[in-house]
Design a protein around this ligand. Sequence first.
Ligand code: AHM
Ligand code: MG
Length: 315
Amino acid sequence: MSGPESPTAETDDAIGEALAVVARSAPEIRGGLAGRRTKTGGENASGETQLAADVWADELLAERLTAIEGVGQFASEERDEVVDAGDGEYAVAVDPLDGSSNLRSNNSMGTILGVYDAELPASGRDLVAAAYVLYGPITTMVAARDGEVTEYVIESEARSASDRSSGDSREQTAEAREDGEVRRRAVREDVTLPEDPTVYGFGGRVPDWTDRFADYAREIEDELKLRYGGAMIGDVNQVVTYGGVFAYPELRSRPEGKLRLQFEGNPIAYIVESAGGASSNGETSLLDADVAELHQRTPVYVGNEELIERLEAGF
Ligand code: AHM
Ligand code: MG
């Protein structure tokens, strides 16, 4: 890759490099979506139909993340088994395209990364970093490491001087990284959930909700504004931005919910908790959930602490 490289402390180690690889790959993943909206005919480990884009993003990230010195395992929502990547201490888990059913209707989607200092499947307490990319009107990345959460804007080529001067000056912060041709610009440091929550988004069909979740939902509906987009990353990012609660709850037909602990629940819980919020599987923080297997599902509840406490109190 050409273009300026400015190594920083964060890219000097495997954890920082994994975050950098995801950031660097984001414009390419985004750019490759247009021709890959078709079904492959295959299914992933959770029994979901794969799109060409799911498989392609998985392969791209697998190749790049397993090449990092210090990464010993790679796992993805899109493949059955953990890939052995050598001697490295860290394991990376990805959801290459979260919310890919939104591709057909051209709504937002994401990419999720968790970096575990343990063999997979691992507890959320073994996470040392996590990040998500949101492919919205612009491409952003929210990364958590060492208890700090940062939001970046990802741009695929150096912007011209006139572009730079036309932006909101409050968004031009000191920290900017040049990862090859991709620029990752910090636009919000020390991200924390706003204290006065305003939005909620709940997945699953309402008649399939359990009574206890339906009771909770009724309370929340009176207080907050519905914002549900069908991609967890988009929905969680609204909660991180405006405050509120996101749930993909336990269902009558599926008490274990839909989302996967290693690839979705844990990384999102790590980010939301690092941003001062809370997470739950209905009983305990997702980060303390019992780990059974790589593709295990879990109910996911994340948001402002008070809203998650109320959920647990009613369960
Ligand atoms: P995916 O990773 O296979 O795309 O599935 C996860 C997605 C989440 O992003 C989202 O919260 C949920 O599935 C939406 O499911 P539904 O279509 O049932 O609302
Ligand atoms: Mg997903």
